[in-house]
Design a protein around this ligand. Sequence first.
Ligand code: ATP
Length: 303
Amino acid sequence: MTEPVIQTKGLSKVYRGRAAVEALDLHIAEGDIYGFLGPNGAGKTTTIRMLLGLIKPTRGSIRILGKELRKNKLQVLRQVGSLVEYPSYYGHLSAVQNLEAIRRILDVPAIRIAEVLDIVSLTKEARRPVRGFSLGMKQRLGIAAALLGSPKLLILDEPTNGLDPAGIQEIRELIKDMPRQHGMTVLVSSHLLGEVEQMAGTVGIIREGRMVYQDTIHNLRLQSAQGIRLSVSEPDKALGIVQSVGWECTLQEGMLHCAGVSDRDVARLVRLLVELDHDIYRVEEQRKSLEDIFMRIVGKGVS
Ligand SMILES: Nc1ncnc2c1ncn2[C@@H]1O[C@H](COP(=O)(O)OP(=O)(O)OP(=O)(O)O)[C@@H](O)[C@H]1O
């Protein structure tokens, strides 16, 4: 197995005796899009700032692209592109001129500017002053700047914050292509699961500085299966019957709710009721939305 692109062990940051990030073990595989989630103030930005060498961890270690960050900072960060908070630009200069300033610092070929503008679909607007750009265009320009150095790892801190749904969609489409088309690994933070669920392969959820969930989005989805709901002719009687044979069912709004049932259980349950002359009008699968699960994990809206 190849080494993770990001691996932290026991990563912590304490401000005035209070832990903003506590014993965080991040594990981000090569080619993955990792959704780094948590409510406001959970510690996402603090973590990202540590990963980018902008602030020093109080404790713990960070390995990025196979190297200890602390000992190989310049070498590692040269391979990392990032967008943190709202990027600032020279408003009177065009996108090309703004990128040119960064390109010189990075010392990459001039052709790279046209390439990154194409990736973020800003080629047409490339010569307009940036002050006339929408927030979405500014964020895309920020991503273009992050891509200039052809990084292996892209770190984006809440890139869709403040954007309208169309802007969010554009950024999402852009990020989705990064691993496949450009061979990059991406860490993208958000306080909304809905914003990353369609692109992330893995999610890490933090709450009050601690990791409370880290697994594939697929496994998170598996948790959403909930049970079934039946609309039947005589709900009270039907409930008595199914409970007497050991099913965990309840009555809610005149419908039978049965938790934790497999497909075979559903068939047996329906057969049992039909054989006892009950009419079944509807059988519905009940799923929790991913957002519900997310809220439960971050400790709000427990259901
Ligand atoms: N420089 C600092 N000094 C003191 N406390 C800080 C500092 N930076 C962050 N914190 C605290 O650390 C905690 C985590 O903040 P952080 O910005 O990392 O959260 P976040 O998950 O990125 O939230 P948001 O989505 O609001 O940006 C907060 O309680 C914050 O007040």
